[in-house]
Design a protein around this ligand. Structure first.
Ligand code: 6R9
Length: 680
């Protein structure tokens, strides 16, 4: 089987997944009785004949300062505009409006590491106070104004949502760089977004270690400076206020401790700016095919409406639930389904610092027991890890999940069953939610009370999302045909990215270039959105997602660009060429292996492999550290010199390497195979 896609370098192993036969599971009656969506009429309301007005139902979950006059404006395709004429403030919707009824209710419960430190509760009132004070600081101390960008490089602490909501309050565009990324990656993103303020933290705890996070800020500022972006101020939160846990000196006039400054803003209030629905709310960077990072730009009104609506119907969040999404806020999942969606619905959202398996594989279940978590959302990579390290741990704890959800990768049916039986104790519904950074919210999932679960498939398109699978020529691959193809969404929806920050042409090409039928057309039907995943659609409409078809490697839910990985290898002087390929890994789904060819005349040896691995780790972050570095005589290439990663991935995974007839140097395939397969 082969899925051709925009990148064409489709690693066969990525799609050669073997599944058990299809089977359905049905939600327990107790779940159906309490579900937000239990009336099948909702499917009709979101039927295509009601598009785009069906999305009013989501927008009506919010408080608007002014109502919109046009639900969807298609005048300048594919730069769709949603809820045009409407005005609102995202922070007001997530915080202020809950105060009259829920002032003393927990907005966030933060569970720090180590476990001896007690959980910290942030009520809606406390969140309101902190957000206002920090907004005043950003505005009056840093001179940040509406439309400016501010970059955060923050770990999983409640100060991060405080920063996000403060920006939203001011109409400032925030850009959070995943805390685990390197200073260099942060610097690139600082520069790309044109931020002159960086907000960071001195250190944080993870798996028993206290990391010196501030060191990355210094590197980030230097990198941004080289790229022409001056950062005037670095605001440093202290993990333990009053005590600086970093070894890195503070730079006079540039670096400031937030806990030193905040007393000057005590009690300050900042009016939430009434923003146009189309005003950008935040940027979320993901790796692309070329070196320049891709900042997915998300709008205020459409995004917030969509994440509130999908959190309500798919996560089934009620205001009285205690909901825990154990993802990182530095990932789109955290933005949409830790912060914005749950808070817009006025629920209690749990955050935690550290790792799910430290000090042991019972940590998550202890947290659930202690806090009374009843909805739990996590990634298959975490589920696989917990299953491996502590298969019997869940049984030791007294918690009751009504709903379990997953996101980020396909979940293998075996793992799905453990999640259902061991973690869910057979009482919980499971929802496999498929979507992308660029889509802001869910694309494929089951309505938990109305649509049965099918292990290994995410489900049909969610309410108001109409998926279609195309082959490379743009022909529809019919559901039930068993053939894989490129999954697209036929229609626009409110939380689709507005553009790629500063790169509108790239936006059009990447998501619409392949299947747009008529570039002059203002009919959305001519502009299917390319998701970049290979998929098979069953006769029942359920999608089985097979993985990325472009050259991005998804490691434990983090998308790493092959080009970025390869560029990191090339910083090692001896390396001439590099290719990054995904390799199947029992725990993490996919891991990276690097194949490098040395400069002419050089021989392997001298710890070169370690040097290359370190270079990748330093430039991108530990998540990207290759599992293995292979030094090979040459790369298989096309006649035009393009490295055929698909061929290498085939060798690495002991799979079919596919067609090698277009290679300029087919003999190298056997040489690499011999080298690699004899040593694996
Ligand atoms: C939300 C998020 C997007 C890519 C996406 C796909 C993979 C996400 C999935 C899934 C199978 C699921 N993906 N959810 N694959 N089943 N339930 O993950 O965003 O980091 O941008 O990654 O992740 O390949 O294209 P992002």
């Amino acid at each position: 089987m082969s899925t051709a896609g925009p990148g064409r370098d489709v690693p066969e192993a990525q799609i050669a997944v073997h599944w058990r036969e299809e089977e359905y599971y049905y939600p327990p009656a107790r779940f159906i009785g309490q579900a937000n969506a239990s009336d099948p009429g909702i499917l009709r309301r979101f039927g295509e004949e009601n598009f785009p007005e069906c999305f009013r139902e989501y927008a009506d979950l919010l408080d608007w300062d002014a109502y919109w006059h046009t639900t969807l404006d298609t005048g300048n395709p594919p730069f769709w505009k949603w809820f045009v004429g409407g005005r609102l403030n995202a922070c007001r919707n997530c915080v202020d409006r809950h105060l009259p009824t829920s002032r003393d209710k927990a907005a966030f419960i933060w569970v720090p590491e180590p476990e001896t430190e007690p959980p910290r509760v942030l009520t809606y009132q406390e969140l309101y106070v902190q957000v206002n004070e920090f907004a005043a600081l950003l505005r009056d101390f840093c001179g940040i104004q509406q439309g400016d960008r501010v970059t955060f490089h923050m770990p999983m602490v409640p100060e991060l949502p405080v920063c996000m909501l403060a920006c939203a309050r001011l109409g400032v565009v925030h850009s959070e760089v995943f805390g685990g990324f390197s200073g260099m990656a942060c610097g690139d993103r600082l520069a790309d977004s044109g931020s002159r303020v960086l907000v960071t933290m001195d250190g944080y705890h993870r798996a028993g270690k206290l990391s010196d996070h501030k060191a990355k800020a210094d590197e980030a500022v230097q990198v941004a400076d080289k790229l022409g972006q001056q950062v005037d101020k670095v605001l440093v939160w202290r993990r333990h206020p009053g005590q600086y846990v970093s070894q890195t000196p503070m730079v006079e006039g540039r670096d400031f401790f937030v806990d030193d400054l905040l007393p000057g803003y005590r009690g300050r209030r900042v009016e939430p700016e009434s923003m146009p629905a189309e005003a950008p709310l935040f940027l979320m960077y993901s790796s692309g095919t070329t070196g320049r990072p891709k900042g997915a730009q998300h709008r205020t009104g459409g995004y917030l409406s969509y994440v509130a609506g999908t959190a309500k119907y798919y996560l089934d969040i009620h205001p009285e639930d205690t909901y825990w999404c154990a993802a990182d806020i530095g990932w789109i999942t955290g933005h949409s389904y830790i912060v914005y969606g749950p808070l817009a619905l006025g629920t209690t959202s749990v955050l935690y610092e550290g790792a799910p398996t430290h000090p042991d594989a019972g940590r998550c279940w202890r947290i659930a027991e202690r806090l009374g978590v009843n909805i739990f959302h996590t990634a298959p990579t975490t589920i696989r890890l917990l299953r491996k390290l502590g298969p019997d741990e869940p049984a030791k704890y007294d918690y009751h999940f009504k709903h379990l959800t997953t996101v980020g990768e396909p979940i293998e049916p075996e793992v799905w069953r453990w999640y259902h039986e061991a973690v869910g104790k057979g009482e919980a519904v499971i929802d496999d939610t498929w979507w992308l950074t660029e889509t802001g919210g869910f694309l494929g999932a089951t309505l938990p009370a109305l649509q049965p679960m099918k292990p290994g498939s995410c489900g049909p398109g969610v309410l108001g999302i109409y998926p279609v699978i195309y082959d490379d020529e743009g022909n529809t691959v019919e559901p039930g045909s068993g053939r894989a193809g490129n999954v697209c969404i036929r229609n626009p929806w409110p939380s689709v990215l507005q553009t790629i920050w500063g790169q509108p042409e790239r936006f059009v090409e990447l998501y619409y270039g392949k299947y747009c039928r008529d570039r002059q057309s203002t009919d959305w039907r001519d502009w299917p959105f390319l998701c970049g995943d290979g998929a098979v659609q069953a006769a029942d409409g359920y999608l089985r997602i097979l993985g990325r078809i472009d050259d991005v490697i998804n490691v434990a839910g983090h998308r790493l660009g092959t080009k970025e990985l390869e560029s990191a290898c090339l910083t090692v002087a001896e390396v001439a060429e590099a290719a990054a390929v995904p390799v199947v890994d029992e725990l993490r789904g996919r891991v990276v292996e690097m194949y490098v060819a040395l400069n002419p005349g050089l021989e392997p040896g001298g710890e070169l492999e370690t040097k290359v691995a370190r270079a990748v780790e330093r430039q991108i972050g530990p998540i990207a550290r290759p599992k293995k570095v292979w030094i090979v005589p040459d790369m298989p290439k096309t006649r035009s010199g393009k490295i055929m990663r698909r061929v290498i991935a085939g060798i690495s995974n002991f799979a079919d390497v596919g067609d090698t007839s277009t290679l300029a140097n087919p003999e190298v395939v056997d040489a690499i195979r011999h080298l690699v397969q004899s040593r694996k």
